[in-house]
Ligand binder design. Structure first.
Ligand SMILES: O=C(O)CNC(=O)[C@H](CS)NC(=O)CCC(=O)C(=O)O
Length: 278
């Protein structure tokens, strides 16, 4: 059994203050006995404008945010999934939205760059997002082995693309982390349904860490960070505000679900059949 945490924040415009709050919540998770903690998307900055993140971009491997993640994971003896960090990609106008995984000794082992970017005008609302103006999308599916099982990475809007999760399943993931900053409008309509669907159809644990609250840019994020088990049960959740969501992952229970309800082995369409026809 592994105790894991999803950390919920309502990040503001001042990175040091956001890191201070993240440290407090990571400390809370560690104190509760968590071995792995997931921070939300943009935990270090929810700016006034989308392009504000360009100003705090870091070179891969060095900078205030990455030093923070390394130091916290080492000091707390905690694996940390660093929500997203804006990393320099050699493009003046754009960064990558990089999800970085640190082990309990402060080493950054894995990087996943958000693949699907949120270029959306919300129906019936005066709200639109053009994430691709300031973010360069990733193009690689990323999984890694951890002491807690095979881990897959996805970020926020990625949740709407089941083919990414199938690709993760094809790599035999057992748990998937999803740092997010879902809008209040779309979150109310879709967040829980999408999370539970992705967990159920892939029979994985899903650890979703969200931004949840009001932000200086006038936006509201949905919150409701949750940990979902491979049967679709919500093990713990936090509707609003800052805090820590905790649950135990039970690999034997997961194996039992996959054995007794073998939907994964009943797949007929997708990779294999497509490849056979080529
Ligand atoms: O709003 C902000 O400032 C921060 N938000 C983010 O960083 C990202 C990119 S704009 N938000 C999403 O991907 C929302 C997805 C979503 O809400 C959905 O799929 O419905």
């Amino acid at each position: 059994m592994t105790l894991v945490a999803a950390i919920q924040m309502a990040s503001g415009t001042h990175p040091p203050a956001n890191l201070h709050e993240a440290a407090r919540l990571l400390g809370e998770a560690a104190k509760a006995g968590a071995q792995l903690a997931v921070l939300p998307e943009n935990f270090a900055l929810m700016g006034m404008r989308e392009e504000d993140k360009l100003a705090i971009r870091e070179q891969p491997g060095a900078g205030m945010i990455q030093d923070f993640l390394s130091e916290q994971s080492r000091r707390l003896g905690l694996w940390i999934v660093g929500g997203t960090v804006p990393l320099d990609c050699g493009d003046e106008q754009r960064v990558t939205a990089s999800c970085l995984v640190y082990d309990d000794q402060g080493r950054c082992l894995t990087r996943y760059d958000k693949i699907h970017l949120f270029d959306v005008r919300l129906p019936d609302h005066d709200e639109y997002y053009v994430e691709s103006e300031s973010t360069r999308p990733g193009d690689s599916v990323v999984v890694m082995d951890t002491p807690f099982g095979r881990l897959g990475l996805a970020v926020c809007y990625d949740l709407r693309f089941p083919e990414l999760f199938r690709s993760l399943l094809d790599e035999d993931v057992e748990l998937i982390v999803l740092p997010a900053a879902f809008t209040a409008v779309t979150g109310r309509a879709h967040w829980e349904a999408l999370l539970r669907a992705r967990a159920i159809e892939n029979q994985v644990y899903l650890i979703a860490a969200a931004q949840g609250g009001y932000h200086v840019n006038g936006r509201e994020t949905h919150g409701d960070s949750m940990i979902v088990d491979p049967w679709g049960n919500i093990l713990d959740r936090l509707p609003r505000g800052s805090g820590v969501v905790l649950a135990s992952l039970d690999r034997e229970r997961q194996q039992a679900v996959r054995r007794s309800f073998p939907a994964i082995s009943h797949r007929r369409l997708g990779c294999q059949l497509v490849h056979d026809k080529r």
